[in-house]
Design a protein around this ligand. Structure first.
Ligand code: AMP
Length: 416
């Protein structure tokens, strides 16, 4: 199958040729015809398999058929993070580069001035994060009365409870009669339930079994004492000569501290999280992409959707509270047919998080010891008294403005 079999306009095919895509990926093969036929679609496919083009191309095509006029926004794409909004925006601009379609973007952390000016000038397609979109709606800087297509990118993240109020506020300002598309690599059971209120007679596209990690990621788990994780991380990066490594922590504070310590260890690192200014976030991501910084230490703000060409190594310095986030984190590598390695560091008291991941993926992730970093057998797990609210913990990792408390989880599920 080729892209021309979708009957896409030649201006879109030209952009695809420039991208050097030989053929559509599986998610594209199945979703593009359904979206062109105006169905509601709930689509799940592994990370890095071309989901953005799977919705961007048919949306651009539908607007081309009706003639872009930029008098009102016709398609709205909601993303959970600013970085993903920027990336999706760039993809739309790339695929739409030979068209006259106006594409706009709205995200927080920067002045609204340019965004309002752009909206006033007129956009056909708007990519937005929920918080900023609500600000723009409240100041009547944008009108969404004429939306024909609504996309939830990383749908399970954006539809979870952390964003619920914001999403409700947005959807009540949209017309009832519209096409709605949900795209993600994972769908928690509650999203399937919730989708019944959002989608009308949807077509379901499921490329793999539920919640599958990308095939070409090798997954390694090292058991290590918590107080030696930093040393082990720097050792792995240095001894194996990894040049570009994305390291995930659960909290912003940990990301900041680790970036400082690893830089002292000789591994140039910077941190990216929701308390950083938008400028600092963009700089950190750009420097990492350009290879100026060897390790990017990130909270889950960078777990979703972010496409870093040629990234081969991901380290889970701390496992996420939500097993689904693990799938997204390790999916930053092995993208577009490449391979990758995901190393997770697990210390005493964190095994329950590993168990949850194993249960979600239905695989066994054997813990290994790296010589010289074997856990100290005299250390025993401390009982954990506090419970955590996983939704709030995730929102905290993604959100802006609040300083993070280091929350300690309560062990849950079976222990080994
Ligand atoms: P996405 O899942 O949309 O973030 O895309 C992951 C990567 O796959 C991006 O680098 C895209 O440029 C690339 N990509 C998208 N569609 C194709 C395709 N049909 N063939 C090859 N690469 C693609």
């Amino acid at each position: 199958m080729t892209f021309s079999s979708f009957s896409l306009d030649t201006v879109l095919l030209r952009a695809i040729t420039e991208s050097a895509y030989d053929e559509p990926t599986e998610i594209q093969k199945q979703s593009i015809p359904l979206i062109l036929a105006k169905h509601d679609v709930m689509a799940r496919a592994q990370t890095g398999t071309g989901k953005t083009a799977a919705f961007a191309l048919p949306i651009l095509q539908r607007i081309l058929i009706q003639q872009p006029c930029a008098q009102h926004v016709r398609a709205l794409v909601l993303t959970p993070t600013r970085e993903l909004a920027q990336q999706v925006y760039k993809s739309f601009c790339h695929y739409g580069q030979f068209t006259h379609i106006n594409i706009g973007i709205a995200y927080g952390g920067v002045s609204t001035k340019n965004q309002i000016a752009e909206l006033k000038a007129g956009v056909d397609i708007l990519i937005a994060t929920p918080g900023r979109l609500i600000d723009l709606l409240n100041s009547e800087s944008v009108n969404l009365d004429k939306i024909e297509t609504l996309v939830f990118d990383e749908a399970d993240r954006i539809l979870d409870m952390g964003f619920k109020e914001e999403i409700d506020q947005i959807t009540e300002r949209l017309p009832r009669n519209k096409q709605t598309l949900l795209f993600s690599a994972t769908f928690a059971d509650e999203i399937y339930k919730m989708s019944k209120n959002i989608l009308v007679d949807p077509k379901i596209v499921e490329i793999d079994e539920k919640n599958k990690a990308a095939d070409d990621v090798e997954q390694i788990v090292y058991a290590v004492d918590a107080d030696r994780k930093r040393e082990l991380t720097s050792y792995l990066i240095g001894s194996k000569n990894w040049q570009q490594v994305l390291v995930f922590t659960r909290t912003k504070q940990c990301a900041d501290d680790l970036a400082k310590e690893m830089t002292k260890d000789g591994v140039k690192s910077s941190a990216i999280h929701g308390d950083k200014s938008q400028g600092a976030r963009e700089k950190a991501l750009l420097e990492f992409k350009e290879g100026k910084v060897r390790a990017l230490i990130a909270t889950d703000v960078a777990a979703r959707g972010i496409d870093i060409k040629g990234l081969n190594h991901v380290i889970n310095y701390e496992l996420p509270y939500n097993a689904e986030d693990y799938v997204h984190r390790i999916g930053r590598t092995a993208r577009a047919g490449n391979s990758g390695l995901a190393v997770s560091l697990v210390s005493i008291g964190e095994e329950w998080l590993l168990t949850a991941i194993e249960e979600l993926l239905d695989i066994r992730l054997l813990q290994q010891w790296l010589p010289g970093y074997e856990p100290d057998p005299t250390k025993i797990a401390q009982p954990k008294k506090k419970t955590i609210n996983k939704k709030n913990a995730r929102k905290d990792a993604l959100s802006s403005g609040n300083k993070t408390n280091q929350r300690r989880p309560t062990p849950r599920g079976r222990r080994r």
